[in-house]
Design a protein around this ligand. Structure first.
Ligand code: FAD
Length: 801
């Protein structure tokens, strides 16, 4: 072991080994992995070794597909056998809703380029896996690229291939503590101290403690997990092929062949956490006693699905532990506020995801940003609230027990809620508000009559009419929306303007004005779709998506300069938005007419009744509108004042479901759908906000495609789809005569234009108005066409009125 490395990776499981492999492959050789015991001594040695590309999150699917393609290459490179068995795999549905979901998911996989899967009937599935009873099954999905591998062999292969490329790994070298220095980190091990510029927490079951060594409280916890290995099964002994990896979603089990028997794994509904503060340091390569009582129901379902199991014994029980984050995705990337401290942990399926995590992390460290959109794995997608142990217990438990349970897009899950509530929450609940959640905050979805319950559905739900009513009332009168769920940052200081000009690609608004403001990464891809407010007193605000608060703040602080102060106002400010033709009448009476003078996109400080507010004249709904920001303590009063004065204008409250419908009618994109860090301004139309004349800004050099007029391959369009009872939601494939030419970024019903709408990225040559397509919505094919942007009020006269 040397005394200094560029990177020290803590943890020799599949994830840490993949990280050093990818770092060395991308050119960083001065890299060392330190392992407390021997390679794969954490979760990795006793994993079931199952691999499959499919995942409910399309971005995760893409990374899993990368890992599967990579594995044979790593085997070849290292010379280490990884025992890869590509048996193919089945995912089976046993309820009509699940079957509908599977058909819809099949189309999503096509969108992201996973072509080697197909839908199968129960009969076909029975032939593909002859030991499976097809009773009660409605259909399934077959995927070629599924199977299993030897887990320890795989970890060794990654590590050996990394060593061949110049990286080091050292076993029996426990990291005891970490000390942050000016230059990086001192890594204190039982064999002495090494220094490094970057340290990576890939400590798996011990990730919590290795986080705490740096003062970081990671939202991660281990949970226990069972599988059994059966004795030899006569029916399998007779086969001349291996049974495929099979997931029985309604049975909560997965199965693969293991020699001449099978391995049956169980996602326990009655889950159990273990060592929430991290595994004990003396935890060896141990297993827990099986807890058959806890998994009796799932075992019974498994033995019914595979009746041959009733005739043979159980050779081995494995009850081990592995780690989960609140949403089940990895925690990856640079930890906010800890320069040089990186995470690669909470990887729930390390053998499927480890390759993708290693690749993205290595790109991020070496090149400054990963190639793929990895927001869904980014450690900065959580805020401080997720450090709470009870929050972690509830959310990780919910994820685990629902691993094979489908979640509908309109379904609200209870774990970790309610947590943060805007001050007017109780009053709004009394008015019928149904709540969703954004990050830690309860946000209004819509207002319903007492006793109304929304039925989860992939199609239009029973809340359709309610949302329609809210949209039409905004169109015809005035609506009130709680906008506590927007983020607000304050930028001050003598160099604030200069700093904003560097960080944002757009022209800054003049005094008393606001402006849309794209933010770019150094390579010219999108980093934010924000709005900037110039309050005219040397103070600027940046507003955007609430759930990106920590993610944006990390970026802002990475760029921070002398003479600039930035503050997240998310705990201090909240507000309401007024939208609709009568909103001016409501507000002008309350402000002695002063707000009435505010031009479109204007902003300023105003008294609204008794409340001091900061108002911007803009509206995501595409109507005349005002965003009224107030101090948390004034939120209840502001609501009461606006409702009271608005009564004579027929004011009504509405929620984000209506807002999302209305923004689609205006072709206003949103983050995580139309805008992601995987897309460029040219693709998404964001380039029209870029100010090429203003000198240097982050991303300018990278934006060649837009600047030089070499158009992007795909462009964002607005689509009308001829559906009747369902709308697109995102990632549905777009076709021309059987050729995939794009995908939907988001969709929904436009109640004011009475059309099923979507936005999507399509091949540039097909992005003109009138181009006809076919689109799959909930698995069924419909006609669709490109329509002019902003189908509601195309010229924007209403917003400007
Ligand atoms: C029963 C079971 C079945 C599973 N089945 C599958 C499956 O089919 N497919 C799949 O993809 N995944 C499966 N998994 C999950 C898989 O095991 C994990 O996702 C994976 O092992 C995580 O790898 P890791 O490298 O993040 O963590 P770990 O394997 O836990 O590795 C962390 C390493 O860090 C070391 N370490 C910790 N602290 C220190 C320190 N201070 N100093 C030095 N070293 C340290 C540990 O000794 C350990 O070796 C299963 C898990 C279980 C329990």
């Amino acid at each position: 072991m040397k005394s200094h490395y560029r990177v020290v990776v803590i943890g020799g499981g599949v994830v840490g080994a993949s990280v050093i492999y990818h770092l060395s492959k991308l050119g960083w050789k001065d890299v060392c992995l330190l392992e407390r015991s021997v390679l794969s001594a954490g979760s990795s040695w006793h994993a079931a070794g199952g691999i499959h590309a499919l995942n409910a999150d399309p971005n995760m699917s893409a990374l899993q597909a990368y890992t599967i393609d990579l594995l044979p290459k790593v085997e070849k490179e290292s010379g280490q056998d990884i025992g890869l068995h590509m048996t193919g795999g089945l995912t089976m549905a046993g309820t009509p809703e699940r079957w509908e979901w599977l058909q819809s998911a099949y189309r999503v996989y096509q969108s992201i380029g996973i072509e080697d899967c197909r839908l199968v009937t129960p009969e076909e599935a029975g032939q593909l896996n002859p030991i499976m009873s097809t009773e009660g099954l409605l259909g399934g999905m077959w995927a070629d690229r599924e199977g299993y591998l030897d887990t320890t062999g795989t970890v060794k292969a990654y590590a050996a291939a990394a060593r061949l490329r110049g990286a080091e790994y050292h076993e029996n070298t426990k990291v005891e503590s970490l000390v942050q220095t000016k230059e990086g980190w001192e890594v204190v091990t039982q064999k002495g101290t090494v220094t490094c510029e970057h340290v990576v927490n890939a400590a798996g079951l011990w990730a919590k403690q290795v986080g705490r060594m740096a003062g970081v409280e990671l939202p991660v916890s281990p949970l226990k997990h069972h599988y059994l290995i059966s004795d030899n099964i006569p029916a399998i002994e007779k086969l001349d092929f291996e049974v495929p990896m099979t997931v029985d979603l309604e049975g909560f089990t997965y199965l693969r062949q293991d020699q001449k028997g099978v391995l049956l794994g169980i996602y326990e509904v009655n889950y159990e956490h273990w060592a929430m503060d991290g595994a004990p340091w003396d935890y060896g390569m141990e297993l827990f006693q099986e807890q058959v009582d806890r998994i009796e129901n799932e075992i019974t379902l498994g033995f019914e699905r595979y009746p041959c199991l009733q005739e043979v014994g159980v050779k081995t029980w494995v009850n081990g532990a592995f780690t989960f984050s609140p949403d089940g995705n990895p925690l990856m990337g640079p930890v906010p506020g800890k320069p040089g401290y990186w995470c690669a942990c909470a990887v729930m399926a390390g053998f499927l995801q480890g390759g993708g995590v290693g690749k993205s992390l290595a790109e991020w460290m070496i090149e400054g940003e990963p190639e793929a959109d990895v927001y869904g794995m980014d450690v900065a997608r959580y805020g401080k609230f997720a450090e709470n142990k009870e929050y972690i217990r509830q959310t990780t438990g919910q994820f685990y027990s629902r691993r094979f349970v489908m979640t509908y897009p309109n379904e609200q899950l209870p774990a970790g809620r309610p947590l943060k509530m805007s001050p007017a929450h109780d009053g709004m609940t009394a008015a019928g508000c149904k709540w969703g959640v954004s990050w830690d905050l309860e946000v209004p979805l819509y207002f319903a009559k007492k006793g109304f319950e929304e039925i989860p559905s992939l199609r239009r739900s029973n809340a359709f009419d309610i949302v329609q009513r809210e949209c039409l009332m905004v169109r015809d009168g005035v609506g009130l929306l709680d906008i506590s769920g927007f983020s607000r940052f304050e930028v001050t200081g003598q160099n604030a303007e200069q700093w904003l000009n560097k960080v944002f690609a757009s022209k800054l608004p003049k005094h008393g004005k606001s402006a849309l403001a794209p933010m770019l990464s150094p390579t010219g891809r999108l980093k934010g779709d924000l709005s900037i407010f110039n309050w005219g007193d040397g103070t600027w605000w940046i507003m955007g998506s609430y759930y990106l608060r920590a993610w944006h703040m990390r970026w802002f602080l990475d760029q921070i300069a002398e003479g600039v102060g930035i503050r997240d106002l998310g705990e201090d400010y909240c507000g309401f938005s007024l939208a609709g033709p009568k909103s001016r009448e409501v507000i002008s009476q309350l402000s002695e007419g002063s707000v009435e003078q505010l031009p479109f996109m204007g902003c300023g400080n105003f008294d609204i009744g008794l409340v001091r507010t900061k108002v911007g004249r803009l509206s995501v709904a595409g109507e005349l509108g005002y965003e009224i920001n107030c101090k948390m303590g004034d939120h209840i009063a502001l609501r009461q004042i606006l409702l009271k004065n608005g009564a004579k204008f027929g004011i009504h409250e509405y929620g984000f479901n209506a807002l999302l419908s209305m923004r689609l009618e205006k072709s206003f994109g949103i983050w995580s759908a139309e805008f992601t860090q995987g897309y460029t301004p040219g693709m998404t139309g964001m380039d029209r906000w870029i100010d090429w004349e203003k000198g240097d800004f982050i991303g300018r050099k990278g934006s060649h495609e837009t600047k030089n007029g070499e158009g992007p391959d795909q462009k964002l369009v607005t689509l009308q789809i001829d559906t009747s009872n369902a709308d697109a939601s995102g990632f549905e494939p777009i076709w021309v005569k059987g050729k995939r030419v794009g995908f939907v970024t988001s969709g929904g019903y436009g109640h004011r234009v009475k059309k099923s709408l979507a936005m999507g990225l399509v091949n540039t040559e097909l992005s003109h108005v009138g181009q006809e397509f076919e689109v799959h919505v909930v698995g069924e094919e419909y006609k669709a066409r490109v329509i002019p942007t902003s189908p509601y009020d195309p010229k924007g006269k209403l917003m400007r009125s």
